[in-house]
Design a protein around this ligand. Structure first.
Ligand SMILES: Nc1ncnc2c1ncn2[C@@H]1O[C@H](COP(=O)(O)OP(=O)(O)O)[C@@H](O)[C@H]1O
Ligand SMILES: [Mg+2]
Length: 702
């Protein structure tokens, strides 16, 4: 802005003030004497010399009165040294604060006041900024969630924020100005980190107090920090990260210290937890590793010592094999690694078939068991039982474990066993046949013993039937001659003679008797023949439900002809159910007992045959007893009666097989036989058989 030159004499003694950059004016009691360039430029207008001081209002505005009063004091020599504050309205239209101070000055005889202005605007602005800043700072600190406090240079608390109140439970009003800030944290006095930072002892004393955790802050080398546990804080104690930094003025002088206390308990707990977890994890890993190692060793030992061949294979190649496998197939130790499985088979076709069946089983997750001929290194054959199962796949290729057992010996033994079994079965079969034959021959032998009696029994009726026949033939001839005489019309005397010769009256009386007698005789023979046929039948060996009382009757009938000369037979049958049995064979047992009884009797003896029902070990059964009062048996004989071929009878009378065969017949029925005998008194045999027959009866057992 162009400023018009101030009209002033060249000799103006105040012209020098134009050199000052501070707005300056000179006045005397009348008014303005001089305004320097700096002032004029500031105001942007002229103030003609001689303007009365009252007229200065125009540039000082509402400050005019204060200026007047100040000038008046200045004239009187009482002016305040600090001057007067005025607001000047500048050329740019903005008001600016100035402090004008007056200094009396004498120019010749004149006395003037020189007023020099100092621009206050910058100071004001910075003061306001400072105030705002400190308020902001206060707010920041107050609202900061991190607890913080400040000590002044004498160690007194000059600041204690809300977070600090919350952490320590001590209100700010109790702490402000206090020198014993440690009380909020510790039970006994100790320098706080802020104290140490402030008095510069942190390097020396700090480590003693706070230990090696104390470190310089990475972000501010003047600040120090440590992490510590404060058992008195927050009820259960807190972990705090404590940072203290010195506060310095512009000259670098320490005027206080700030300490922040960041609660890191959660982090510490989390860290501890993590540490604990990691330790646990490490322990677990260590334990697992040890276990694995043991397992590994055990597996190695197991494989090495296993008495079966163990092989692992992948993709048709052997990856691992134990010692037994080497021995089995005659391979060098360390030999089969990488060997193809094909070489252990005699033909490609066998290998293919084997693989097909194995894969089918393994694919379904089953294990696979198979017996197969395998080929040894020397080309010989081994009969091997393979058990295979799939283990986890490595790189997608499944691994198969094979257990191989040499079954060559077992197979041989098995074949022998099968052969032996067949032979045994044949022998058994032959034995059964032989036994049956024996039973049959014994039957015939006992028949032989009965033969004399039977012959007599048959002879007797046969004798009188024969003699009757002779009589009847004679009668018939006489009668025939008489009938012929009648037919041929013979003379009456001739007829009378024939009638007399035929003895018709006697014949008519005798003939029916003869016929009846003959009938009865022949019936007796027929019955004996029937009984004989019945007894000697070989085919009555089927299991059937038979009435043992009836069987005993027919047996006794057969024997009776032999017995009746020696003993009386007493029957004492009980009421018994039908028994599932081989009736023909049981009859043979009874026959032998009865014949033995008769043979033990000299004469006039008695044989009692009893039957009844009785359970044995919970099984319903029927018993048959044959008791005699014959010569009895010594204990020695009793012990041996069931031995085959044991007999005390002369050749021709005894075979020694009767009781032995009886014993096996009764065993076949799952029954039993017992005897009770006293020499000179008699013998009693008792046979017991189950009503339902043996378990599994119905199958041919012989
Ligand atoms: N009721 C009995 N009284 C005396 N001894 C008997 C009687 N039953 C069997 N014995 C004796 O038992 C032996 C063997 O009998 P057994 O096996 O039937 O053969 P065997 O009758 O052919 O001699 C007879 O020789 C006899 O000594
Ligand atoms: Mg006998």
């Amino acid at each position: 802005m162009a400023v018009a030159p101030f009209p002033q004499p060249a000799s103006d003694p105040f012209a020098l003030l134009d050199a000052s950059s501070a707005p300056t004016l000179v006045c005397d009691a009348q008014g303005l004497r001089f305004a320097n360039t700096a002032l004029r430029q500031l105001l942007g207008r002229e103030a003609p010399a001689g303007t009365p001081l009252a007229g200065l209002d125009w540039w000082v505005g509402e400050g005019g009165q204060a200026l007047q009063a100040y000038l008046a004091q200045a004239w009187a020599g009482e002016a305040d040294t600090s001057g007067v504050e005025l607001r000047l309205h500048g050329a740019d239209g903005r008001a600016r604060a100035f402090e004008f101070s007056a200094r009396p000055w004498a120019v010749g005889r004149d006395r003037v006041l020189v007023l020099t202005g100092r621009d206050l605007q910058d100071i004001h602005t910075s003061q306001e900024t400072l105030l705002e800043l400190s308020q902001l700072l206060h707010q920041i600190m107050e609202n900061d969630p991190v607890p913080a406090f400040v000590l002044d240079e004498r160690g007194r608390v000059s600041y204690w924020n809300a977070a600090c109140e919350r952490l320590t439970g001590v209100p700010s009003r109790d702490m402000m100005g206090a020198t014993e800030a440690w009380r909020a944290f510790y039970e006994a006095p100790r320098p706080l980190l802020a104290d140490l930072v402030m008095d510069g002892r942190v390097d020396r004393v700090g480590l003693e107090i706070y230990g090696t955790g104390l470190k310089r802050s990475a972000s501010d080398p003047r600040a120090w920090q440590f992490e510590g546990y404060f058992p008195n804080l927050g009820g259960r104690g807190r972990w705090l990260q404590v940072t203290a930094a010195p506060l310095q003025d512009e000259g670098g002088r320490v005027v206080g210290a700030i300490e922040t206390l960041q609660d890191v308990s959660d982090r510490r707990i989390a860290e501890d937890e993590v540490r604990r977890h990691r330790a646990e994890l490490e322990d677990m890993v260590a334990a697992r590793t040890a276990e694995l190692l043991v397992t590994h060793h055990e597996l190695d030992a197991f494989m090495a010592n296993a008495p079966v061949g163990i092989v692992a294979s992948r993709g048709g190649r052997i990856t691992r094999a134990n010692r037994t496998f080497h021995h089995m197939f005659g391979l060098d130790e360390g030999g089969p690694g990488g060997l193809g499985a094909r070489r252990f088979f005699f033909s490609r076709a066998e290998y293919r078939d084997f693989l097909r069946t194995a894969r089918a089983a393994l694919r379904d997750g089953d294990s696979f068991t198979h017996e197969v001929h395998l080929r040894c290194a020397d080309g010989s054959s081994l009969w091997v039982q393979c058990i295979a199962y799939l283990s986890d796949a490595i790189d997608g290729v499944p691994q198969v474990w094979w257990l191989l057992q040499d079954r060559t010996g077992v197979m041989r033994a098995q074949r022998e066993l099968v052969g032996n079994y067949r032979a045994l079965k044949e022998v058994n079969q032959r034995l059964a046949e032989a036994q049956n034959q024996l039973i049959q021959s014994e039957k015939m032998a006992s028949l032989g013993q009965l033969a004399a009696g039977l012959a007599h029994e048959i002879n007797n009726p046969l004798g009188f039937v024969c003699s009757n026949l002779v009589s009847m033939r004679r009668y018939a001839l006489g009668l025939i001659a008489l009938v012929r005489g009648h037919e041929q019309g013979a003379a009456p005397q001739e007829l009378a003679r024939l009638r007399h010769a035929a003895d018709v009256d006697y014949v008519l009386q005798d003939l029916p008797q003869l016929l009846d007698q003959s009938d009865e005789g022949l019936a007796r023979v027929k019955k004996i023949i029937l009984d004989l046929k019945d007894f000697s039948r070989v085919d009555q060996s089927d299991w059937q439900d038979a009435d043992l009382n009836a069987g005993l009757d027919s047996t006794l009938n057969m024997a009776m002809h032999e017995l009746k000369y020696k003993a009386r037979v007493v029957k004492a049958y009980g009421e018994i159910p039908r028994v599932h049995c081989l009736a023909g064979q049981l009859n043979q047992v009874f026959m032998n007992l009865v014949v033995n009884a008769a043979q033990a009797i000299e004469q006039d003896g008695e044989i009692v045959v009893r039957t009844g029902v009785g359970a044995h070990e919970g099984v319903d059964g029927v018993w048959v007893e044959v008791q005699d009062n014959g010569m009895g048996m010594t204990p020695e004989v009793q012990r041996r009666v069931f031995e085959p071929f044991f007999t005390t009878k002369p050749v021709g009378q005894g075979t020694g097989l009767g009781l032995s065969l009886s014993f096996s017949i009764i065993k076949k029925h799952e029954g039993h036989i017992e005897l009770d005998s006293t020499p000179g008194v008699g013998t009693r045999f008792r046979v017991w058989v189950p009503v339902a027959g043996p378990q599994g009866a119905g199958r041919p057992l012989h």
